[in-house]
Design a protein around this ligand. Structure first.
Ligand SMILES: Nc1ncnc2c1ncn2[C@@H]1O[C@H](COP(=O)(O)OP(=O)(O)OP(=O)(O)O)[C@@H](O)[C@H]1O
Ligand SMILES: [Mg+2]
Length: 422
């Protein structure tokens, strides 16, 4: 197999469900029946197959506890499967847990050299990359401190720096973005993009769908130990988000609110499905116990509970069945499937209707503008834009342009660096 290939075939992994104190009785029972008590084990991965080609970027998505980290641990041989086989060809950089691979009693400097040696680099090779790692991780002041005295963000930065800078053929990354600050998140994505360009294989685990979309072409969805989807990242995320929405549906059905949604409809000049940038009417039929003075809140999301935008309206919902319509003059969404969420809050923010998905909305027309790899879009929006080009702009007022740029940097709180300086 070529360098950079990652293969997991028919992987099965189980753990003991509970780490109860082992009792003599358990041992006796075990001896008696010849095997452990039934129900003691939970399968965390069931017959998972993962084939990644050299240079591919693949994401693992799934709810908490679905087995993503376990799969990465098997691929990096931190753990072994109960059945199945793992093949990863080439040098492996892995950031699996904040501290995996990093030794708390060693200093930052010692960790870099230690890990480099584990990866099979010579001391000289590591030394050549040392400054880059420390600079990337912004640990100049802390290199000679023991890692156990680092903050969790610092440990993660060191771990990621080591994994991503020691020129791995395969890079496994689990949730790095979670503990980093915003600036570091962007640098991580930038670094992963570079590493991908150099032909490294990337397996990336994240709950941040925007980051997943920005980094990966392919995605795998794990749900309760089983691989339920494997394909192009857009398709898998679409299915995954739909799954998240269905979970929320089940959850909200269990609640009994004084106001409930009995039905939802959308209409636009084109029919039921609106166009990107076009108008749409959203009509909710509500069923209430008694009159309620509320703030109605509508939001549109791609599935999960975090909406792309929100609309609020103060109103009175009368007892019994009633209808309320919200007209959006120009829908700021590109083509795709979205979900309408709704809630109603009474005085003092008391919930009268919990935040819940109520409707699936298909938008037609213009597709979303693709972002270059490594640039993270928070959510899709449709922006109508007109571009113009001017050739020959010798009379450009560069002094004015500079000072306006400087004020932008000031507003953003970024250290001023106007092009042309340095
Ligand atoms: N060493 C272990 N011993 C016992 N159970 C474990 C062990 N490691 C993981 N598990 C269990 O395996 C299941 C899957 O865990 P895993 O860490 O792979 O999930 P995950 O998909 O990475 O979730 P998250 O999104 O929360 O990171 C969980 O139920 C977890 O409790
Ligand atoms: Mg995990």
């Amino acid at each position: 197999m070529p360098v950079g290939t990652v293969r997991g075939d028919h992987l099965w992994k189980r753990f003991r469900s509970q780490y109860a104190r082992p009792l003599l009785r358990d041992h006796l029972q075990q001896f008696g029946t010849g095997r452990p008590r039934k129900g003691d084990w939970t399968w965390v991965l069931k017959d998972v197959n993962l084939h990644v080609q050299p240079g591919e970027s693949i994401a693992l998505v799934g709810l908490n506890g679905s087995g993503k980290s376990t799969l990465l641990k098997l691929l990096s041989r931190v753990m072994y499967p109960n059945a199945g086989s793992v093949n990863a060809v080439g040098r492996l950089g892995a950031l699996i847990e904040v501290r995996a691979g990093i030794h708390p009693d060693l200093t930052g400097r010692e960790n870099v050299f230690f890990y480099g040696t584990v990866l099979g680099l010579t001391r000289r090779q590591v030394a050549a990359r040392f400054d880059d790692i420390i600079q990337f991780a912004e640990l100049e002041d802390a290199v000679d401190r023991q890692v156990k005295f680092y903050s969790s963000g610092m440990q993660m930065r060191l771990g990621f720096g080591i994994a991503a800078f020691l020129e791995p053929d395969i890079l496994l990354v689990d949730e790095v973005l979670a503990v980093g600050d915003v600036g570091f998140q962007q640098r991580c994505l930038e670094r992963m993009r570079l590493v991908l360009q150099q032909g490294t294989t990337l397996v990336f685990v994240s709950h941040d769908m925007a980051a997943v979309e920005a980094m990966c072409a392919r995605a795998v969805w794990l749900d309760r130990a089983v691989m339920v989807a494997d394909g192009p990242v857009e398709d898998v995320l679409l299915a995954y988000r739909k799954g998240l929405k269905e979970r929320a549906d089940e959850y909200s059905k269990a609640l009994r609110d004084p106001i409930r949604v009995a039905g939802v409809a959308s209409s636009s000049p084109e029919g039921e499905n609106p166009l990107a940038g076009g108008p749409v009417d959203l009509t909710l039929t509500l069923d209430a116990d008694g009159d309620h003075e509320v703030q109605m809140c509508l939001g549109v999301s791609q599935g999960p509970a975090q909406p792309i935008f929100i609309l609020n309206h103060d109103t009175v919902i009368p007892d019994g069945m009633s209808r309320i319509t919200c007209r959006i003059a120009s829908l700021p969404l590109p083509r795709g499937r979205y979900y309408l969420w709704a809630a109603a809050f009474g005085k003092g923010g008391v919930s009268r209707m919990g935040w819940q998905p109520v409707y699936g909305l298909d938008v037609e027309g213009q597709a979303r503008t693709d972002a270059p790899r490594g640039i993270m879009l928070l959510s899709p929006v449709h922006v109508r834009a007109y571009w113009t080009e001017d050739a020959d702009v010798a009379d450009l007022d560069s002094e004015a342009a500079r000072s306006s740029l400087a004020s932008v940097y000031r507003d953003l709180g970024i250290p001023e660096r106007v092009p042309g300086d340095d």
